[in-house]
Write a new protein. Sequence first.
Length: 144
Amino acid sequence: MKKLGAVQGKSASELISKRIVELGDWRGKTLGLMRKLIKQADPKVVEEWKWMGTPVWSRDGIICTGESYKSVVKLTFAKGASLKDPAHLFNSSLDGNVRRAIDIHEGEKINEPAFKTLVRQAIVLNVASKSRPSIKVKSESNSK
């Protein structure tokens, strides 16, 4: 049986580490820092490798993905629209009803305490969503 998120016998954590090294520039350093902050926010976070090479951090559901592009490292929070962001870290995908993203460009600093707070909020939301029983409501036409 193949381990969740594993590719060619490597764990998701190994693949994420490899990606960070392969980037070899500010993007690798930035992705490595964000990974470290996510793990500091909650050591029980699970690393996954999905969608043909995307680092994913989860705990009772997806917290965020970490993608690297030519000019940006993007952290997309699966339920970001439901999170409070008083530090205004979210600066991308702001029009959607569910996701929100943080685009980090070369030389930009991240507010580390605020980022960890977003990660913890996402986990609380995931846990609450998982523990909430689904409620089926009868329509009036079915109750007659």
